[in-house]
Design a protein around this ligand. Sequence first.
Ligand code: C2E
Ligand code: CA
Ligand code: CA
Length: 650
Amino acid sequence: MISSFVNKFKIHFNLCDLNSEALICEQHKSLARQLPSLYLAGITSMFSVIAVNFNTAPAWAVIYIPAPALLFSFWRFVHWIKVSRNIESYSLEKRRKDVRMVIIMSPVLTLVFTVLAIVLLFHGDLYQQTLSVLLLWATVGVAGYSMSSVPQASITSVFSSSIPLFVAFIESHDNLLTTISIGYISLSLLSIYILLNSFRAFSFLVYSRQELKEKHEKMHKLAYTDPLTGLANRRNFKEKLIKKVKQSAGTEQKFAVCILDMDGFKTINNLYNHAGGDLVLVEIGKRLEKLIGKNGLVARLSSDEFHIQAYDVTSENDAEKLGRAIHKTLREPVLVDGNRVDISTSIGISIYPESGLTPSHLVKRAVQAQNKAKRSGGGRTRIFAMRYETEILERAGLLIDLKAALERDELEVYFQPIVDLQTGRYAGFETLARWNHPERGFVPPEVFITLAEEKDLIEPLTICLLRKAAAVAATWPADIKLAFNLSAQQVCNPNFALTILAILNETGLPPHRFEAELTETAMMLDMEKALLMVSNLKQVGISISLDDFGTGYSSLSQISNLPLDKLKIDKSFVDNVSTSKKMRNIVRTIIGMCTVLKLKSVAEGIETKEQYKALKAAGGHLGQGYLFSRPLRADKIKGRFFYDPLKDAA
Ligand code: C2E
Ligand code: CA
Ligand code: CA
């Protein structure tokens, strides 16, 4: 029984941990509720005892000892009244200090009060003695109960009253007092037991409330953050945007919604696996968070899509600045497995209230702007303008027309010669799609091919063009090849090789006279499938040209791993080849690399004789451009398959 009591005592004392933040707060709150009344009770009973014994007891017992105790109690009474009025503003340190003070001072005060009561007990008559003892018991009882949340204070107070009283009563050798003292000590033990139980219930409540709070916080965090980057998630972003719009409604406040989509993120995932991709996303998140800071909210909504609320963007000018700052911070490559990975992003921004008054409008319009940024080649920022709405409607109209053009077979193929720079002989022609709309006029292939790619029309469109082009090419001399551009979806669809083969078969064009032109960005979309497609094409004798070389991210090692036959040097390199020595050196290096890798180089966009001469001198293999010929209709090819500098003027 005694050992279980001691154990219980130990356990409870372990529980009153002054380091536990939650416990200290709750103890402090409980003390603030109880202590003002306790001090009031203590002061009143001390006054009563003094009043009753004032004439009989010595001055030190009714004035000199109680006076400082009363003053101290009054000071603590005022302190705890102040605390209870302003409890929430108290820091943990202040709370801990208050609790410590109670633990130290409670037994001291009780001891003073008890000693006083004992002294008075031996000075007064029976009536005075009874009053002193009764008041002492009542006060100690109230003290124990009031401080039950802090057992260190309540239990030591009970002891510091019961032990001196017990000793004094026994020492009096008075039978009645000895009997009272035994009863008093038993009562004290019982009250300690009750106090411990009450503290157990109190601490249990505090700890379980704390646990509940922690669980709630954890669940809240899970529900509102993106687990990979630790940024806000979709739900969080949406709720904060709704709140922000509500706050800003009817005020002058403006802010921006900014949507980022990484360009070619799939390629990063393909090259460095998901772990590498995740690393890049985490780094992007960190950089954006650092840039936006407290002036907004950064969220990751899906794989590589980040949304930002920028509270300090209030004009188009600010939005442009923000776009520039984002591009700048993301420009620094991310290191993945020792490789420097470049990040490019397309950004769309909408501004409240100009771009939209509701959260959904703001997001929708930022997405429209972002799509526009992506369509214009990525790596850019577009700010929503009302004219985009018209453009979207315009694109919807264009799509209807494109479908009709396909049905009515209105799309045409033009051919642009690819010339041997050293001999002037035509090596082949590149097929270029043409759409001459009866009302719209000439629609650039970049526009309608992109539209067809987006709206799943690219396959019927390509089949139709390929059939026409192959039928024409089958009529050309056997050494003239047909080059044909493939879209990203086709490059990443190994089955499309069979479709090509079937059409070549049907039109009678041998596969070795067919060249597929594909861009590196198209291949990067799904490298595995693209490599399979390329090997399928190679197996049947079709050759492969890498288009627009120099505009993507290809490195020498990546090129040498691809089974290529030709490499088309982008027009941007050719433009200054005759005027800039630096550019001439770059082009010469690319041509040299092609020679080493046993590839033929094709310089694109040759417009002047100077460019032609410079490329010829640099050892260029093939060339293409307005200097030799613009893209021609089939019937304009006139059966001549060489470049004549005297006749063929640009
Ligand atoms: P591309 O494959 O790089 O085609 C070369 C583009 O450069 C063509 O533009 C051609 O007309 C133009 N070009 C040729 N020589 C010169 C020159 O000396 N100066 C200038 N300024 N331009 C020159 P086009 O026909 O407007 O085609 C644009 C792009 O549209 C093509 O770029 C290609 O990516 C795409 N495209 C065209 N036809 C097809 C097609 O049938 N299928 C697919 N998937 N894409 C196509
Ligand atoms: Ca091409
Ligand atoms: Ca090209």
